[in-house]
Ligand binder design. Structure first.
Ligand code: GLA
Length: 749
């Protein structure tokens, strides 16, 4: 999978799908030569044309070679200071105040498998699944050593990259920037795709032509954020969901990040990703190292959906861990939108009883069970059960839930503290802060300083105590504000710029300790919904609450954007009440159910108040979900239509089960239209010669749940060849209601 040709200096990372080519030139410089569809061998048909470019300087050793300039060469880990004026991949400030270093190639190593990244989440692979190339770069003045790591997987079109930087000198230095990867493309004939959003409106897709100059998608919020995801894609303009070339990038990092593109004077594109260099500093004493987070580089020649399938496979097979990696995720009911802070033993018991009766498998007790928290003003940090509210304690609640055959889950927000808490009264210095200015609030709370060991220990201890105090099967781990005054009272001045990076590393340490100590617990991460939906968190917690917006229509967008990178099994999605609490919209129960079935299914409303007719419908949905669940959670995923295209009125997702036997298709149409075209859906990924029998067909229903709106075609039981379903397609029966949702399931015969 990885070869090196001493003669040509070419490193070739390749599998059946992809080639990535680097070249060592003049025994010193590491250049990027090709990345894309697999090629047999790179023989330099795309040779550099030596051109004397004015104002592009020569390195000292090549003074008389006016065509040789770093300014025009495609590089793997570029520096600033020797004539390359594009964005640099790294910057260091040396003891004398200057920032010029010069990295040259030193040696390389190829190994089977993929080494772990100490203290960081990362994709993993055994020695049959991947190979890793390390390239050692050395500073000509011996001040810095850099290791570039590249892993290629046997059967995925993905390369992972990360970098380790070491102070090899005799004086301390300061890292100002340390990207996880940098890449130069020979042109800029791309559309740039990013996921933008806000609280309750995460991950909408924006696609527009890549432009000249520098563009950035980033977070400066202390978390990966609702506002931007650590993802960027460059797609050829003609690329669609289904076909065409797409280069996708994702960072395994939950903190501040930046993914930047620069289209420069000659029309080439540099793309750099990693920790956001804005306010990043890392002090390196002689001998010390800094390890960057991992970046994922995906090449798809099968459009955006091909990129998504590759990321999904990487996440499912090489990132998620633990008991729930391959286990079906339970159907849950969460009491947040059912009760908010207003619950007691009796209310929870009623919820549990009703949940069991409906076929739900787990009950989650959300915010408000600890300290004296009856609103969001107090008690974060005091992780002791409120026995005024819950007289029999957590053990009592867990017992009543378990008695009904359900699992029991609990909400925490351990990185935070309320001013009104015993923890803050005892340890106000444990908060991220600066000495001479007051701390800013978010949701009446402050952020704990997870760069401090004692804070990490406190969190591990207090969460562990609760998990040991009662049989708890699931934890929802929340993070409900972003960082301000992001500095630490415990760090010396020269290390203050490390605080927010250390915060994330501290969090990772806490999470690793807890997931190792409680291997049977299913963890779901959350940050005011999907504000920290990233691969870093997924390494510890195999699902994420996708958004605080539970409206089915908004969720189609949020979940379709999320699916660009993350597989359905990672997305928490719940049926909520109408009118919806976030947008006031009234949608049919079936539509809410199908929108939630796109992810890990659950309910988040007062199920005890539903009418008998509604309960009957819920039972049917739960039975349907259980029948389709292995395919929806483990199947191969196809986005047929996204709400980002055209009038944003239609969404269609399809799955093929792992064994290819079951196929599920869902279609959503937001607003009914007069004079509408007849929609045909052409399925994907079927065996063209095989016969598929329709086992389930759920046409759209209107708001009156018992009123079928159309004279439906008797589809169940009919059989079609795969080629007909893929090439000719399936008609969606017209309905005259808004917010329609349809579902079909097929069984290969
Ligand atoms: C966040 C979460 C919600 C809920 C509340 C509780 O907003 O996203 O699901 O848990 O906190 O305060």
């Amino acid at each position: 999978m990885i070869t090196f040709d001493e003669q040509t200096g070419i490193f070739h990372l390749h599998n059946k799908q992809v080639s990535y080519v680097l070249q060592l030139v003049r025994g010193r410089y590491l250049l990027h030569r090709y990345w894309g569809r697999a090629i047999r061998e790179f023989r330099d048909a795309r040779a550099f044309q030596p051109i004397d470019r004015s104002f592009s300087p020569q390195p000292a050793a090549y003074e008389n070679e006016r065509t040789f300039s770093l300014d025009v060469l495609p590089q793997e880990y570029p520096a600033y200071g020797h004539g390359d004026y594009r964005l640099p991949a790294y910057e260091v400030r040396l003891a004398d105040g200057t920032t010029v270093t010069e990295l040259f190639y030193d040696s390389y190593k190829i190994q089977k498998g993929k080494p772990e990244l100490a203290g960081l989440p990362a994709a993993y692979a055994d020695k049959h699944e991947a190979e890793t190339l390390t390239i050692f770069l050395r500073d000509t003045a011996d001040k810095l050593g850099v290791e570039l790591h590249y892993t290629i997987f046997a059967d995925l079109p993905i390369i992972t990259r990360d970098v380790k930087l070491t102070n090899t000198g005799t004086a301390a230095l300061e890292l100002l920037n340390a990207a996880s990867f940098s890449l130069d493309f020979p042109d800029h004939d791309f559309d740039r795709l990013m996921l933008y959003g806000g609280h309750a409106a995460e991950r909408s897709l924006e696609r527009r032509p890549l432009v000249r100059g520098i563009e950035e998608v980033s977070s400066r919020r202390g978390a990966s954020s609702h506002q931007a995801s650590p993802f960027l894609a460059l797609a050829r303009p003609e690329a669609t969901e289904k076909q065409g070339e797409v280069y996708g990038f994702n960072l395994v990092w939950s903190g501040e990040f930046a993914l930047r593109t620069e289209v420069e004077q000659f029309g080439t594109t540099r793309l750099i990703g990693g920790i956001n260099p804005f306010e990043f500093r890392w002090y390196l004493a002689p001998g010390e190292s800094f390890q960057t987070p991992e970046g994922w580089l995906c090449y798809s020649r099968k459009g955006l959906n091909g990129m998504s399938q590759a990321f999904h496979a990487l996440i499912r097979q090489h990132l998620l861990r633990g008991r729930y990696q391959h286990a079906l995720r339970p159907i849950l009911v969460n009491n947040w939108e059912a009760t908010y802070f207003d619950f007691d033993d009796e209310k929870l018991d009623q919820l549990a009883e009703c949940a069991a009766d409906l076929g739900i498998e787990m009950m989650v007790l959300d915010d408000g069970w600890f300290g004296h928290r009856n609103d969001d003003n107090s008690s974060l940090g005091d992780w002791q059960v409120n026995t005024d509210k819950l007289k029999k304690g957590l053990a009592g609640v867990a017992a009543s839930v378990h008695k009904r055959g359900l699992k029991f889950g609990l909400w925490f927000e351990p990185e935070m503290v309320s001013v009104d808490s015993d923890l803050y009264r005892a340890h106000s210095d444990w908060v991220l802060q600066v000495r001479d200015y007051p701390s800013s609030f978010g949701r009446h709370q402050l952020v704990l300083d997870l760069s401090r060991q004692e804070v990490q220990d406190y969190i591990v201890r207090s969460v562990s105590d609760v998990l040991q105090s009662a049989p708890i099967d699931y934890v929802k781990w929340d993070f409900n504000r972003h960082i301000t005054e992001g500095f630490s009272l415990a760090l010396p001045p020269e290390r203050q710029g490390e605080t927010r990076t250390r915060f994330v590393l501290g969090l990772y340490h806490v999470l690793e300790t807890l997931v190792q100590a409680f291997p049977d617990v299913l963890f779901e991460s959350c940050s005011g919904g999907g504000g920290r939906f990233d691969a870093g968190m997924l390494y510890y917690m195999p699902q994420t609450w996708c958004s605080d917006d539970t409206d089915a229509v908004q969720r189609l967008k949020i979940q379709s954007g999320t699916s660009m990178i993350y597989p359905p099994i990672t997305m928490g999605a719940h049926v909520s009440v109408t009118p919806n609490h976030q947008v006031g919209r009234v949608t049919p129960m079936q539509t809410r159910a199908f929108a939630a079935m796109l992810g890990c299914y659950g309910y988040e409303l007062d199920i005890t108040r539903m009418s008998d007719a509604e309960k009957a419908e819920v039972r049917e949905h739960i039975a349907l979900y259980k029948h389709l669940r292995p395919t929806l959670q483990f199947g191969t995923f196809y986005r047929l239509l996204t709400p980002f295209a055209g009038t944003a009125n239609e969404t269609a997702w399809q799955w093929v089960s792992e064994d290819g036997k079951q196929v599920v298709l869902m279609y959503f149409k937001t607003l009914a239209e007069p004079a509408c075209p007849i929609r045909t859906l052409r399925l994907q990924g079927l065996e063209k010669n095989q016969v598929y029998r329709v086992t389930d067909y759920w046409p759209a229903k209107g708001l009156a749940h018992d009123t079928a709106l159309a004279q439906h075609m008797p589809l169940v039981g009919r059989q079609f060849y795969g080629d007909e379903l893929m090439y000719s397609g399936l008609t969606v029966e017209k309905t005259d209601a808004d917010f329609g949702a349809w579902l079909w399931a097929f069984e290969q015969q």
